[in-house]
Each structure stands twice: as C-alpha cells, then as structure tokens.
Design a protein. Sequence first.
Length: 481
Amino acid sequence: MRRFELYDTLSRETRMFVPITPPKVGLFVCGLTPYSDAHIGHAKGPVTFDVVARALRRWGYRVFSVQNVTNLDDRLIARGGESGTDPMALADRHMAVWYGDMARLGIRSVNYYPHATDYIPEILAQIQQLVDRGFAYEARGSVYYDIAKFPRYGALSGQKLDALRPGARVDPEPGKRSPGDFVLWKAATPGEPNWESPWGPGRPGWHIEDTAITVRLFGPRYDIHGGGADLKFPHHEAEIAQAEAATGESPLVNFWMHVGLLTLKGEKMSKSLGNVVGLSESIDTFSPQVVRFYYLNAHYRSPLDFVPGRSLEEAAEAYRALDSVAVRLRAARTAAGPDREGEELSPELESSAVSTVEELDELLSHDFNTRETIALLFRWTKTLTELLPKLDGLSTTALDTLLGPHDWAGEVLGLLGASESSAGDGTLSGVIRLALDARARARARSDFTEADRIRDELIAAGVRVEDDGSSTRWRLAGPSV
Ligand SMILES: [Zn+2]
C-alpha cells in the first residue's frame, strides 16, 4: 500500500492516511437528491471521489465506495405533487439520467448507491437508540435531536452553538426545545409517503439516512466521508452527533473530505436563481473528458467559478493539446503491433518516462493534487513533441514506455486513456445501472427472489451480469447461439 497524506476538515490538518482495517477503506460520499435534472456543479464531487477511489485501488487499498441517494425529501414531494407523480418514482426517473451521465463520465468506481427509503428499519433503530440514550426527544409525533446534549456539535464547521439560528434547512416547528435541534423523524402530513414508527406514522429527516446506512455498511467508524463544502453544516455536524451518540464510538470518520463548490458569478447554481447549466447538455456539447478535465484541472478543495461560454471552451482547448499527442502516440503503438523491432529510447528519455509515472503518483499522494498531475502531463507532452515525427521508427517497447504517463492518466484521472475516447452511449448504461441498482437494493434487504428475477431479465435482454466480490460488472453478451 502506498502511503499518502490527506487533508481532514475536522482537525484542519493534513495527515498520513492510515486505514482502520488495512487494506480496506470505507468511503462514503453524500450523493444526489434527484428532484430535478443535474447541473454542471453536481458532478464535481463524484468525479473527485472517482479519482480518489481509482488512486486508492492503484495503490493497493481495497475500497468500498458508497454514494447514497436521498430519494425522498421536501423538494421531491413538492415536485411530485406538481406533476401528480410519486416522489420516489420521480427520483428514480432522474437517477436513470444521472447513472447514464456517470457512465459517460467514466465513473465506475462506486460499489453501491443505497436509497434512503430502503433503510427505514435501520433509521428507526438508530432514532430509538438516540431516544433511549437521552439525545433525542419526541414532540407532536416528530423526533428531534437535542443538540445541547452533544457538546462537540459545531466542531466540524466551526459554528458556535449560541449562534445557531433557524435557517432554510432547520425546521421551525413548534415543540422543539431549541431552534438548532434538527428533525430525525417527521410526523406524517396527509398525502405524503409515510412509514409506521413508535412515534406514529412519518418519514425520516434528512441527516439520519447517512448514519443509518454507514453504521449498517461500515460499522460505527470508517475511513473517509466526502461531500460538498456546503454540507459541513448542518448536515455533517448532524451525522457526527447522531452516529457518535448512538454507537458511543468516536470519531465517526478519520478523514472528512470537502469538495469546493462550483458557483456561477459567485453564486450557487440553483433552479430558483435561474442560473443552471445542465450536466447532460455540457457532456453532449463538449465531451465527458472535457468535463472531467475541467474539474480535475483545479484542486478539489478550491471553489470553481463557472463562466458560461468560457470555462468549458478553455478546458476543451487545453485538453485537446494533451489528447492530440496521446492519440498520435496510441495510433503509433497500435501500428507497431506486439513486438516491432525498431529504435530504442535514449537512456535519459527512458528514465524520464519512468520517473514521470512515479512523480504523478507522488503528486497525487499529497491530498489528491490533480491540478499538479495535469501540469506534469503538459510538461511530459512537451517533451514528446519533438519525438512525434520519429514515432514510426520506434520499437514497441519504446512506445510502451513513452505511453506510461498517459496510461497512468487513463487509469487514475480517467483522461487520455486508451478507452476514454469511446465512452459510448450513456442512455443504455444508465438504464442498466438502474436495473442493477434495484437488484443491489433487493439484495440489501435480503429479497433474493426479486434480485434473481432482475438478473434473469437482464440476461434475457442480452446483458451479462458478473458479481465480483462487493461490486457488480456488466457487459453486453453477443447474440446467443
Ligand atoms: Zn449526506
């Protein structure tokens, strides 16, 4: 396992990473609330954590990567109400598009996308623990977390307890002991989806799904929790308060990774502000690689200010400069075949190629500095430029050595790789991912009849399904004979 250092938001320091149970790494990332089409800001986090998972796997760690889906919340209920659609069905519809975009962006590292409403028993059990331990109280059929009982509340975001005022995501319901208390269980409102509970019918609050899922999947403590910088407060504070109070173990996670937000003219992109640039459209207009490159050409913790008509255009031009050389090199390698005799590299160039690969790993192992790795790839590309007219005379071994840095970029950054230029159609991938996702969820609730039924239907439709430990892969089967 390669050693690397990582910035942790909670301790505000960069430390060497040590897994709790080597070589395993539990990685949980706050996923989407799919109440509308995704915008260009939504994929910044997923691309970041895709690189994290790819790098960790390259470095010898066994990553279990989880991204939850908040498939029921106030916004989904409101949107569903407008169109007469069940909010969870609406979430599934948006998820089909999302999975397609994730596939087009080359994000294949996520092992599991749990949906909040598949974890109702775990959510109820955790709320009960919090009530039993005196950290939560019931009021008018809802259950709230009593933040006064958890002195560390506010440590992650640096918020002072007495400064907490009711905000957009803090519920102003009567019956709360303090305005900062957050809801764990919401009493049912007529017409909304609800479940039975010891406190009457209702549905989960926003924060509780994350810790119900992670305690179930990882236990009371795990390695890395990721999410957007806007989730530190109150969402991630609430997670720490819930999990540590419920399990009695601390810290919930060893490293908190927060991704800088993507803004438009300094403002958060949102439907209500009318400043949304669609993710699917951006991928269509440019390419999945240009969108990935755009995010990765900055440090993940830096905010990115998106300028329509400029940001992706500039990314496209810069990426083309890198990719055109990669394409020529790969074409020469294909033409050379498996063992062409030819000119070998000078010892200097050969060692430069090898050390560039080592340096790429080294740069990334300092808090996943993708920006520096891209800068190095530009320098390497420049080194190659004068060699381009001579590629046809080089031996296969020489070309393989020259391709080392590009192969690294393909494996870790998902850029400049052999397969990156043919990412394929996202619609089919999205639909298959949706079916596999339904199957994973059926298995998670031990409904193996349903899981097998979904697999059999996929096979009948020509999709091969292969379970490989904790992850599931698929490919299209050839015509059956
Ligand atoms: Zn979350």
